[in-house]
Design a protein around this ligand. Structure first.
Ligand SMILES: Cc1ncc(COP(=O)(O)O)c(C=O)c1O
Length: 421
């Protein structure tokens, strides 16, 4: 396929579904049962659940994942039903659907529906926590130095308003190992520490933090924990009953491959009396903390229902299988890229300290030009990181990718590093 044909295909993919989605949104071929040891053939049938053109190789799950065919179909079907008859009588069932998604989220994270708030995204979830905890001058919030602005900037800005102090725990590169962080936090905690907040898997270079150990450390000292799960929710088989954070946040549109503008905030039952709700309006959830925390006014309930569908697909494939697949693809990328002269990998060489977010500097190439060339010439979608701090390209493969995608990406980087963009 040449460039013009590819552009046409993308344009068609974007425009036609609004007219006749049932026809053009691939009625995804039926997914076969997951074999006990999923092979490349099985993963190709997983790829068929997505409507991306075959030629498009998206390796950018850390930013935004495509929704699967079943999610798109649910979104369209429920939205159409609602818009065909927007009466309150017809819409009553949507509340049941939203509560079913809450139950699926609770099962997915191994907690109770009473601890789940369905938010718009991780940004909102993180901010509901940093605004909702009663902090004042003299209190300290300990952060890892490498967080998304919805976690880092949010705490810093609220510190200006409420008078508490934010302290960063250094994040050396490469990842110095989980023990380093347990030790660094142990030393940084003071009697004034009220909250510890960190990113489970960083979006910058894909460092994996020892979430369970850090939560235990905090819990033993009566300190609240916020774990930003934007890059772990839907990638790992996250078990919050084991990790035991006070708060955990995530987005539907990343690794779960759900609809846009849906997210989750877990509020541990033990922490519910220690946080204030920030938004009060109509139509809250029906159980537990959602009754006070989820009164966000009119919601996009079809999208909330489609969120449940995304979780169903992941559960059907097997969540341990998804994590293993994404990790294997990342290891293939690391192994290929480390052989390319001039490439400097920022992500840990130790598989246990990383997962499926891989950042590297491609020699002296201008990363924006490189990423534009990768998209235009090779039909590879990825992310870039500018500035001085570990700049480069970020690849984040997921369960819809294949080993052929990884080979294609490595060959493309090799080509541009050798001959320029
Ligand atoms: C670690 C982390 N936290 C929070 C966010 C914000 O996610 P959202 O834009 O879905 O709110 C991101 C987005 O990339 C992220 O990587």
């Amino acid at each position: 396929m040449n460039r013009r044909e590819f552009a046409r295909l993308l344009a068609i993919g974007g425009a036609v579904p609004f007219i006749t989605p049932e026809v053009t949104w691939a009625k995804s071929s039926k997914l076969p049962p997951t074999p006990s040891n999923p092979d490349e053939k099985f993963w190709l049938s997983v790829r068929d659940q997505f409507v991306m053109p075959k030629e498009l190789t998206m390796i950018n799950a850390a930013n935004l994942c495509p929704s699967s065919g079943p999610v798109l179909e649910t979104l369209y079907r429920v939205t159409k039903d609602m818009d065909q008859d927007p009466s309150m009588e017809n819409r009553a069932k949507l509340g049941d659907g939203r509560e079913a998604t809450r139950k699926s989220l609770a099962d997915f994270l191994r907690v109770t529906p009473e601890e789940i708030v369905i938010t718009r995204n991780t940004s909102e979830s993180n901010n509901l926590v940093s605004t909702g905890i009663d902090l004042k001058a003299g209190d300290e919030v300990l952060l890892t130095a490498d967080n998304h602005p919805s976690n880092h900037t949010a705490w810093q800005e609220k510190a200006k308003r409420f008078g508490f102090t934010v302290i960063d725990v250094k994040v050396p590169n490469p990842h110095p190992g989980p023990e380093f962080y347990v030790d660094a936090f142990t030393k940084a905690i003071t009697p004034k520490t009220k909250v510890i907040s960190f990113t489970h898997l960083t979006s910058t270079v894909g460092d994996l933090f020892p979430a369970k150990e850090l939560c235990r450390l905090a819990r033993e000292r009566g300190i609240l924990t916020l774990v930003d799960g934007a890059q772990s929710f839907g990638l790992f088989d996250v078990d919050l009953s084991d990790m035991q954070p006070d708060f955990y946040s995530g987005s539907a549109h990343k690794w779960p491959c759900g609809p846009k503008e849906n997210g989750v905030l877990f509020i541990n039952k033990n922490a519910q009396s220690k946080i204030w709700a920030s938004i009060f309006s109509a139509y809250p959830g029906r159980v537990g903390v959602s009754r006070t925390f989820e009164g966000f006014g009119q919601r996009d309930e079809p999208a909330m229902i489609a969120f449940g569908e995304a979780l169903k697909l992941q559960t059907q494939i097997g969540r341990a299988n998804i994590e293993k697949r994404s990790r294997d693809l990342t290891t293939a990328l690391v192994d290929g890229l480390k052989k390319v002269d001039g490439v400097k990998i920022w992500t840990s060489p130790e598989a246990s300290r990383r997962a499926a977010v891989l950042s590297f500097q491609p020699g002296s190439l201008d990363v924006r030009k490189l990423s534009a060339a990768l998209y235009k010439n090779d039909h590879i979608g990825c992310a870039t990181r500018g500035g001085q701090d570990r700049p480069g390209i970020r690849f984040s493969p997921h369960f819809y990718n294949t080993h052929a995608d990884m080979e294609k990406a490595i060959a493309a980087i090799k080509k541009y590093v050798a001959s320029g963009v």
